[in-house]
Design a binder for this molecule. Structure first.
Ligand SMILES: [Fe+2]
Length: 343
């Protein structure tokens, strides 16, 4: 069951289908129509949620996105000394072979389930790459953003998630990108050349609308539907097309498929086309008549992002220090002695 707490300033762009009876075309129309789609009754019986709940991998950048397919390939090739294999075995399982082997077996099951779902949902499309990733570490309080995929003009991106944790995964979603641009009008597209690559346009739109990564501390203007995905819930969403932020999540499976435009002509409406249409609509909304309720940050107002790769362990780990950590637009504030003095 998924709980959605709706924000009345935003239209309801969440849809649901039942795996057992769904019309795949209708699901994919919702997906490419910039909806977040929940799929009920997916074939996930073989997932041992109780066991996976006992697994915690180190809070490191490498473990943030553990590519199952790559890990299994290294294990199957007997590469026990590969740094990632060693990190999982030693830091994740304290070299406990029985638990480690059970985990690897679950990863094989997750890969099998992912492939079954991709086969059905993307049947009839040419797919050039599949990536199955799990996270057994914590993600806490991202800023609202669109996913930036490099060189995304020549392909579409498909993303599916399963909450593997025993607690809800908490997201917020805001404007679909076409709505943001069309409703943000000339003010949101000002100075963004139409011939830029889509991901560069998207990066500028993200900053203008929601600020930089650090502004997660203070950005409160944008409307948000709050979503609680329960254990075992499955959903698909194109993160390039629907702005989103993870507020809190622990264990999750995320599946990605790359769908090249070449070979799929006439079957999909490309992201590039959708952006171009939205830019045309935006041009007819003069500055002052825009209705998207976002920050419209100037470049000077967008604070620099931290280096997520190097800062990940400190900023996204270290959460059980017994101290209060404070964040502002520049990131983690140096902690001083803020304990109240008692007389
Ligand atoms: Fe994202």
């Amino acid at each position: 069951m998924v709980d959605v707490f709706l924000d009345s300033r935003l239209h309801d762009h969440i849809r649901e289908h039942d795996w057992r009876t769904m019309n795949v075309r209708s699901v994919m129309d919702d997906y490419s129509g910039e909806r977040l789609v929940v799929l009920h009754h997916c074939p996930a019986e073989k997932i041992d949620f109780e066991f996976l709940q006992t697994v915690t991998l180190p809070q490191t950048w490498e473990m943030k996105k553990l590519v199952i397919t790559a890990l299994l390939a290294k294990i199957d090739a007997g590469d026990k000394n590969h740094p990632i294999v060693k990190q999982v075995y030693e830091a994740g399982f304290a070299s406990n072979a029985a638990r480690y082997n059970k985990f690897i077996n679950q990863l094989r099951i997750l890969a099998e389930i992912s492939n079954t779902m991709l086969d059905r949902l993307l049947g009839g499309l040419v797919v050039s790459e599949r990536q199955i990733v799990c996270r057994f570490s914590e993600t806490r309080m991202e800023n609202l953003h669109y996913d930036l995929d490099s060189n995304c003009d020549d392909h579409e991106a498909f993303r599916l998630y399963i909450n593997l944790d025993a607690t809800p995964r908490i997201w917020a979603v805001s404007y679909p990108v076409s709505d943001l641009i069309a409703q943000g009008g000339r003010r949101i597209i000002d100075g963004i050349p139409e011939d830029l690559k889509s991901e560069v346009k998207l990066e500028r739109l993200t900053g203008r609308a929601f600020g930089g990564w650090n502004q997660r501390a203070t950005e409160r203007k944008s409307p948000r539907h709050m979503i609680f995905f329960d254990p075992g819930d499955v959903w698909i969403v194109d993160g390039r097309s629907v702005s989103h932020q993870v507020l809190l999540g622990q264990r999750v499976l995320s599946v990605y498929a790359r769908i090249p435009i070449a070979g799929n002509e006439g079957k999909i409406r490309s992201f590039r086309e959708r952006l171009a249409e939205a830019f045309t609509r935006a041009a007819s909304v003069p500055v002052g008549a825009e209705t998207a309720q976002v920050g419209y940050y100037t470049p000077q107002e967008i604070t620099a992002s931290p280096n997520l790769k190097t800062d990940w362990t400190d900023v996204f780990g270290g959460t059980c220090t017994g101290m209060v950590r404070r964040f502002d637009d520049h990131g983690l504030v140096e902690s001083g002695d803020k304990l109240s003095k008692t007389s």
